[in-house]
Design a protein around this ligand. Sequence first.
Ligand SMILES: *Cc1c(COP(=O)(O)O)cnc(C)c1O
Length: 228
Amino acid sequence: MIAENVKNIRQRIINACRRVHRNPEEITLIAVSKTFGAGDIKKVVEAGLYDIGENYVQELRQKRGEVPDERVRWHFIGHLQSNKIKYIGDWIHMIHAVDSLSLGEQLSKWSGKTGRKIDVLVEVNTGDEESKFGVSLVDTEKFVKDLSKLPNINLKGLMTIGPFLSNPEDSRPAYRALARLKKSLEDEGLKMPVLSMGMSHDFEVAIEEGATMVRIGTAIFGSRVTRR
Ligand SMILES: *Cc1c(COP(=O)(O)O)cnc(C)c1O
């Protein structure tokens, strides 16, 4: 079932790219495995999908221990507390949701000490009132500039969770706004190649609007018992 789902989503990514004349190779599919077990992650890996996303540090560490596969790139997509950097900093592939300067400073400090620069994205709150986290659209330019002054951070782009709207078309304005912001930052000379947006219900819209990473849980693993 999981392998079938992965295949299906890959095809839908290709179709979405075709509609807007994008190259599907620009898109990284991240399997969001939160609440699912190591057995399910192994099925995804067997299907050739090596980007895995988790949003709790403890859960991520546990599953990495259970799936000690060198090919896997682990993404941290949740809200990270500075005091937990040390648990994942040595091996994490990307941290998606940096939304405070103090977290950025701690990451930079950690990287300076260890010599391992971590790739990070800035989480932007594109208008979802439910979400407590993320820098507002209007504050993002200044925040990105402040963050890019930190010596040991690899700032790679922007991420948003997007509004949880049942009709995916309703997410389009938020995704378009973020893509536009990315472009204006790049026009100013900042290197921001990554745009992490789109989930199970709306990833095609996100791709049409410029996403380079989509984070997909439910459509790969099935529905979670707890919604998070
Ligand atoms: C859970 C989660 C996802 C995946 O959501 P689905 O709707 O199950 O695809 C994506 N991004 C973040 C940050 C998440 O917490």
